[in-house]
Design a protein around this ligand. Structure first.
Ligand code: NDP
Ligand code: MG
Ligand code: MG
Length: 340
């Protein structure tokens, strides 16, 4: 079994006395910055003027331009959107990186697909939390953490791995466990997970179930509760105790249905499609498409997003959630995409 490291396995000294610049203050940025500060580290923020800058200042951070933050830092964590990293890196980061400092990422995309090629005199490491940024913060405050992968792309000081581990500890990830990986493995598995299972797989499964029921004449509200609302309750049981715990909690009828019908829906054909998705990721096809989509101003992304927001499961869901005040919707009154 792979070696999972916890707080007791990690030396913190290597990161103490160092200044950490967190570049970006979005989903991951606000969580890393606040957790590191609460863990006793010296953190500054690098940003452009705007919403995030105001938020970081309200949260009590010193906010600099990206170039200034990088120039004073010993460790630069890049928490910009993946599709912005190349531009900001070449405009404001590269020329200001101190020799012998470290640049770090929370996802390997730009390094692995050569969108960012760092100089040869800095350490390059990865600390990729396996969870949404808002949970990286919330779990830290609760005394827990979100697990993370760490990896080293370039080690010039001989300390890159220790730095990555200390950083993981600083954001609370080592409370949950950290596991060594490479930029390649993190990038490919992260993209695959979000596309085939966590985001793409789950949303497609939910919508297909909802459409099957409503097209058969059942009430959309019933279909919503069945296919969307209850998903969270089931996923909580999976998170807490795996398949066995979930199956312990459901009725034997549901468990028998799980055994005989699940594999009829997600079958060898589905798995073959998953393999196609993985192959596209491994060959850089997915990356190329996403990079070009951004260069074109996101025509397809925006069109699909608008379409998806109009799906009946969304219109029915908004109405039903409004009647369940205990369901906290961070988008209440704002519409559009929740960042996580
Ligand atoms: P967000 O979109 O939530 O935040 C991006 C931040 O970057 C914002 O503060 C934004 O500020 C700032 N920003 C955007 N463009 C610029 C620019 N040109 N110059 C300066 N600042 C800019 O990003 P995420 O936190 O989702 O993602 C950050 C990284 O973390 C990515 O590599 C992602 O793959 C990785 N990751 C994300 C996870 C998640 O939970 N979201 C999970 C694991 C890894 P402004 O308000 O000015 O736009
Ligand atoms: Mg991920
Ligand atoms: Mg990802």
């Amino acid at each position: 079994m792979a070696k999972v490291l916890y707080e007791k396995d990690i030396q913190k000294e290597v990161l103490q006395e160092k200044k950490i610049a967190v570049v970006g203050y979005g989903s991951q940025g606000h969580a890393h910055a606040q957790n590191l500060r609460d863990s006793g580290y010296d953190v500054v923020i690098g940003l452009r003027p705007g919403k995030s800058q105001e938020k970081a200042e309200q949260d009590g951070f010193e906010v600099f331009s990206v170039a200034e933050a990088v120039s004073v830092a010993d460790v630069v964590m890049v928490l910009l959107p993946d599709e912005q990293q190349q531009k900001v890196y070449y405009e404001s980061i590269q020329a200001n990186l101190k020799s012998g400092s470290a640049i770090a990422f929370a996802h390997g995309f730009n390094i692995h697909f050569s969108q960012v090629v760092p100089p040869l005199d800095v350490d390059v490491f990865l600390v990729a939390p396996k969870g949404p940024g808002h949970l990286v913060r919330r779990t830290y405050e609760e005394g827990a953490g979100v697990p993370a992968l760490y990896g080293v792309f370039q080690d010039v000081t001989g300390n890159a791995k220790e730095l990555a581990l200390a950083y993981s500890q600083g954001i609370g990830a080592a409370r949950a466990g950290v596991l060594e990986t490479s930029f390649q493995e993190e990038t490919e598995t992260d993209l695959f997970g979000e596309q085939a299972v966590l985001c793409g797989g789950v949303t497609s499964l939910i919508k297909a179930g909802f459409e099957t029921l409503t097209e058969a004449g059942y009430q959309p509200e019933v279909a919503y509760f069945e296919c969307m609302h209850e998903m969270k309750l089931i996923v909580d049981l999976l998170y807490e105790g795996g398949l066995e715990n979930m199956r312990y909690s459901i009725s034997d009828t549901a468990q028998w249905g799980d055994f005989v019908s699940g594999p009829r829906v997600v079958n060898d054909e589905t798995k073959a499609r998953m393999k196609d998705v993985l192959t596209d990721i491994q060959k850089g096809e997915f990356a190329k498409g996403w990079i070009l989509e951004n260069q074109a101003g996101r025509p397809q992304f925006n069109a699909i997003n608008a379409q998806e927001n109009k799906h009946q499961i969304e219109t029915v869901g908004r109405e039903l959630r409004d009647l369940m005040p205990f369901v906290k919707n961070p988008l209440h009154g704002k519409q559009n995409k929740q960042k996580d």
